[in-house]
Design a protein around this ligand. Structure first.
Ligand SMILES: [Zn+2]
Length: 894
């Protein structure tokens, strides 16, 4: 879903035919959305595809309604070589048309009719050919073990590379797809295949059932020597009369590894149907493991596509793969309702797709796998989003779209995690059953159509009987950027315990932003009573407010974000924070995470020094809950990298981490135990990474080096023995080996990658290589990222490594500048929005921000979305520098 603009090839474009046709009299070229006076009603898409070739061809036939007299219409197409345009009018008369590539970069195209046509139904047939895309967008080509495949990724605006059409989400129509492919290949699409016919000369034509109304970005198909495996049938329910066929699709030879994911899928679908009271709406469900993919996964109705490692799972796969696989599958299946059945009207409401899928995925996971603690994932996701949302250069959830760059950069933590947290917060405020009632009404009202934020908020408001205040509060989080910052102060007044509240925008030290902002914050606070604690809630929709804490003990303590469910940060007087710190073990896990965030936020705000932070977070490190015990690592690592001035200070900090985590590491051991809880495997992974690669504890490194050496040993067939290491620790073990053994380890891994098809093993090799420290070897690893044996979607794993020190960042920067054109040429998968952070992320000085700005000054306009990525990466670097300077000039207290 993310990409660069390719350098344009301006040959063979423009006037293909009927050169004598006159251009239209009026220039009404759309600058944003297409006009609504030509409305598509259905598509017939014919493709002739052989993945072994470089090009494909097709004919797109669109039935449409012309709603005003016109001699042309507007639609989308990019890099299509059109040979013929035929317009058939309502009377059956054909007209030769002309395809005019008016804005090749945006993909806006004019079809000239040659004469004025009255309002009527038309059929428009466009015959063309195009290259199979090399950058993971539109109809693109990938290889697995030397065999080529062709598959699609249309979201957000890449359908126009695959076929001409009205490539905007509000044009929902049925599609009929026909694939003409070589006899020995398999073709799949959104719907069931209904016909197969011989097409001569070794070709066959497959016809697929007509779809429900879909936007262009959800059309999907694939061609290649795929393995197709049957999964368990998804049994019928009160919401769906017929059982649904479930299949797994993978590159040849990999299909047998899909059974685990397929076995989990029916329970996900049933949970979603129960919630929405609406049956799975398509005629089958295929999950496809893509050999190379730009995003994590894509929710195409009936044909959901994934990065292969998310689906190819074995019993001994790393625990984070198994969990990640479930979470992503639940996310994509949630989209079958929010996104696919009800689609956002325009990209400014992308959150209606993504925030809902993220929020709903957490609900499904909590139901089917409560041990995965999706409740804590939501809190952690929200806290990650709050870090990004503290920047002045952040987006709003509903950011106006001013160009294609805004569409591409909308797929970020604000849309997904902030959106999900805000939904969870208002769900908590109105109550789960009421919110569900509103959601069911929303799906029913807009099924197979489009919706906007107003539709959604109105549906929920109607279900709750809450009025304008509620709607305004909800919208205050959608339509303005930033994180509410609520100051709290306890006082005793006339025998009552009163909590005084005041709100502003959270801005870190050094920010140039304006703190004056106001939200409707549904605040819930927990406070101490004689026999435990109590929660009290109120909507804070003024700059100031008070809450009377009925039955509070005196003195009492307050946790201003009960259950961690609010999307806001809080600040308290130092004494109150200390009192809360003493109660921290009495708080629930989510509240302990909220406490950790409050400490981090105060540090970034400049109110606590580094030593205060470590003291305040220490009690969390002994929690039995993995997410809580590891919550201090974010703050710790920032301090370790940026505050420690010398080896002595670093050693002292390393002691802190060792005291906090080494006993747990030793207790877990360095190998997965038979039948152990997956949370133990995940903890082992996190602690090994922290202790071996961040603070470099010798005894932990020695254990991992043993595993790394074993994995690098050659087997009789000459291949590395990667299975010799613990599957959860393989990448870390290889990382330690790369640092300790240097060239021999780097060379062995570079030679092994092309021979390895297992995606988990590939990721571990890439992860190990990215830990390289020797400057010459680091250059070698970066150069390797540009060769074709590293998949386009894998490049970032190599290029984002090695950013801890200024010297490493300088080396990474110099290499990126020297290889900029090659990166841009290769990486359709990184959007321009990610390019600045890929090159200059992790910076902590004005010089780093400046050189990034200077470099992109002339280049940003050529890579879609780069402006926002540039602004955010530079701002992060400056904020880091400001806090670092404060810790240096005052006292970090280390
Ligand atoms: Zn999604």
């Amino acid at each position: 879903m993310r990409r660069f603009v390719r350098p344009l090839v301006l040959t063979a474009l423009a006037a293909c035919c009927g050169a004598a046709l006159a251009a239209p009299a009026v220039n009404d070229q759309p600058q944003g959305k297409l006009p609504r006076w030509a409305m598509p009603e259905s598509y017939q898409l014919d493709f002739k595809v052989d993945p072994r070739q470089q090009d494909f061809s097709g004919t797109t036939t669109i039935k449409l309604k012309l709603e005003k007299a016109a001699d042309h219409l507007w639609l989308h197409g990019r890099e299509l070589k059109v040979s013929k345009v035929v317009i058939t009018d309502a009377a059956g008369k054909t007209h030769e048309g002309k395809y005019v590539d008016v804005a090749p970069k945006e993909g806006v195209v004019r079809i000239d009719f040659g004469s004025q046509l009255a309002p009527q139904e038309l059929s428009l047939a466009i015959t063309y050919s195009a290259s199979l895309n090399q950058q993971l967008q539109g109809l693109y080509k990938v290889s697995h073990e030397g065999q080529p495949y062709a598959m699609t990724q249309m979201e957000p605006i890449s359908a126009r590379f695959a076929f001409p059409g009205f490539d905007e989400p509000s044009f929902k129509t049925p599609f009929e797809v026909r694939l003409t492919i070589p006899n020995d290949e398999v073709g799949i699409a959104n719907t069931k295949q209904v016909k197969e016919e011989a097409a001569g000369d070794g070709w066959k034509t497959l016809t697929f059932a007509k779809t429900q109304p879909l936007p262009t970005y959800l059309v999907a198909f694939g061609v290649g020597p795929w393995d197709v495996v049957k999964g368990p049938e998804i049994s019928s329910t009160q919401y769906r009369a017929q059982p649904t066929e479930l299949r797994g699709i993978a590159a040849k030879g990999e299909g047998h590894r899909m059974q685990h994911v397929l076995s989990e899928t029916p329970s996900i679908v049933h949970t979603l149907e129960d919630y929405y009271g609406f049956g799975y709406p398509w005629d089958k469900l295929d999950l496809l493991a893509a050999p190379d993919f730009s995003a994590g996964a894509m929710e195409n109705p009936g044909l959901v596509t994934f990065r292969d490692w998310l689906l190819l799972i074995d019993p001994d796969s790393p625990a984070n793969y198994v969990r990640g696989s479930f979470n992503v599958t639940a996310h994509e299946l949630a989209h079958q309702w929010t996104g696919d059945t009800v689609t956002m009207g325009w990209w400014d409401d992308l959150w209606l797709n993504e925030a809902f899928a993220t929020w709903m995925q957490q609900k499904v996971t909590q139901k089917v796998h409560p041990e995965y603690r999706a409740d804590l994932d939501r809190v952690r996701g929200a806290q990650g989003a709050m870090n990004g949302d503290s920047l002045v250069t952040t987006r709003k959830i509903r950011q106006p779209i001013t160009g294609n760059g805004d569409i591409e950069t909308a797929f970020d933590g604000i849309t997904y995690q902030k959106g999900a947290a805000v939904l969870g917060m208002f769900e908590g405020y109105v109550g789960e059953p009421t919110f569900q009632k509103g959601m069911r009404a929303y799906i029913q009202e807009h099924k197979f159509g489009n919706a906007t934020a107003n539709d959604l908020v109105a549906s929920i408001a109607k279900a709750t009987d809450k009025g304008q205040d509620f709607q305004q509060a909800f919208k205050s989080f959608l339509n303005q950027p930033g994180v509410p910052y609520v100051q709290t102060q306890l006082s005793q007044e006339g025998g009552k315990t009163v909590l005084h509240l005041s709100q502003s925008r959270y801005l870190p030290l050094g920010s140039s932003g304006d703190a004056k902002s106001m939200w409707g914050v549904p605040m819930c606070v927990r406070y101490g009573t004689a026999d435990g604690s109590k929660v009290s809630c109120e909507l804070l929709d003024k700059a100031q407010g008070t809450m009377v804490l009925a039955g509070a003990s005196n003195p009492t303590w307050v946790m201003p974000n009960a259950n961690g469910s609010g999307y806001y940060r809080f600040a308290m007087a130092k004494d109150d924070l200390a009192k809360l710190g003493q109660q921290v073990d009495k708080l629930g896990d989510a509240e302990q995470l909220a406490y950790a965030d409050a400490v981090y936020a105060s540090f970034k705000h400049g109110d606590l020094n580094a030593a205060d932070v470590l003291a305040a977070l220490k009690p969390l490190t002994s929690s039995k809950t993995r997410e809580v015990a590891t919550a201090p690592l974010g703050s710790f690592n920032w301090i370790y990298r940026n505050v420690a001035q010398n080896d002595a200070e670093r050693a002292k900090l390393a002691e802190w981490a060792k005291a906090a985590y080494l006993p747990r590491m030793q207790q877990l051991g360095y190998h997965r135990k038979p039948g152990e809880a997956d949370t133990d495997s995940l903890m082992r992974d996190t602690l090994a990474d922290q202790l071996a690669l961040v603070v470099k504890v010798p005894e932990v490194r020695a254990e991992l080096l043993k595993q790394g050496d074993a994995a690098l040993k050659r087997k009789p067939d000459g291949r590395l023995d990667l299975a010799a290491a613990d599957p959860d620790l393989l990448g870390i073990a290889l990382g330690v080996a790369v640092q300790e053994r240097g060239k021999s380890a780097v060379d062995a891994l570079i030679a092994e990658l092309p021979q390895t098809s297992d995606p988990a093993m590939r990721n571990a090799i890439l992860g190990g290589l990215s830990e390289v420290e020797d400057p010459a070897l680091a250059t070698k690893v970066r150069d390797f990222a540009l060769v074709k044996q590293v998949k386009v979607g894998e490049m970032a794993a190599l290029l984002r490594g090695g950013r801890d020190t200024r010297a490493q960042r300088d080396a990474s920067w110099d290499w990126s500048v020297a290889n900029y054109d090659k990166i841009v040429e290769r990486t359709g998968s990184f959007s321009g929005g990610q390019l600045p952070s890929l090159m200059g992320g992790g910076g902590c000085s004005k010089e780093e921000a400046d050189r990034l700005q200077t470099f992109f000054k002339t280049r940003a306009k050529d890579v879609t979305g780069a402006e926002r990525g540039l602004a955010q990466t530079s701002e992060s670097s400056l904020l880091c520098a400001a806090l670092k300077a404060k810790q240096e000039t005052t006292t970090a207290g280390l």
